[in-house]
Design a protein around this ligand. Structure first.
Ligand code: FES
Ligand code: FES
Length: 187
């Protein structure tokens, strides 16, 4: 019996994943990682598969608001938690300040790394109003970009943080981060 045949025989389990504020029922195998379920079952292909081994950050999503490598996270581990993907970042009123900063600074070239950077930076700027360059460097240290040399990315995160802080001060900021199920009182 081949490995593929054995895998097909492994039962799938129905779980509910809360993705971008919507409960999604999916059938997953014990070894399915969140990245595969997002991209291949839920067709949320904004989350990228880079190295597939936890070193590039391209697959970063927010799990209960924290940057998490979806290539190293079992889908079963995400049950009952809130998942935010890059598809939820732009709102009805346009690009998120971070996304606009990416555009304005040219921080995307091929763009492959951008969704992962945006998700990492989103959690960071929502927790840091006026970060130093050293803090930004530390925050994005788990994300790799082969094109930009990082200078424009550092600039984009700083600009995004400043704009988020400004909107917050005016009471005009809408966070795209799905609150954790625990904070919602749902788990
Ligand atoms: S694809 Fe997950 S860290 Fe590279
Ligand atoms: S823009 Fe190409 S890998 Fe970052």
């Amino acid at each position: 019996m081949t490995l593929t045949t054995i895998r097909k025989k492994i039962d799938r389990t129905l779980v509910t994943l809360r993705v971008n504020g919507i409960d999604r029922r999916v059938a997953v195998r014990p070894y399915d990682v969140l990245l595969d379920v997002l991209r291949e079952t839920l067709n949320l292909t904004g989350t990228r598969r880079g190295c597939d081994m936890g070193t590039c950050g391209a697959c970063t999503v927010l799990l209960d608001g924290k940057p998490t490598l979806s290539c190293l996270t079992l889908a079963l581990e995400a049950e009952g938690r809130s998942i935010t993907t890059v598809e939820a970042v732009a709102g009805g009123d346009g690009l998120h300040p971070l996304q606009q900063a990416w555009v304005d600074t040219g921080a995307s070239q091929c763009g492959f790394c951008t969704p992962g950077f945006i998700m990492t930076a989103l959690a960071f700027v929502e927790a840091n109003d006026a970060p130093t360059e050293a803090q930004i460097r530390e925050a994005i240290s788990g994300n790799m970009c082969r094109c930009t040399g990082y200078v424009s990315i550092l600039d984009a995160v700083a600009r995004g943080a400043a704009e988020v802080a400004r909107r917050r001060a005016e009471g005009a900021y809408r966070s795209p981060v799905e609150p954790s199920a625990a904070r919602n009182g749902e788990a």
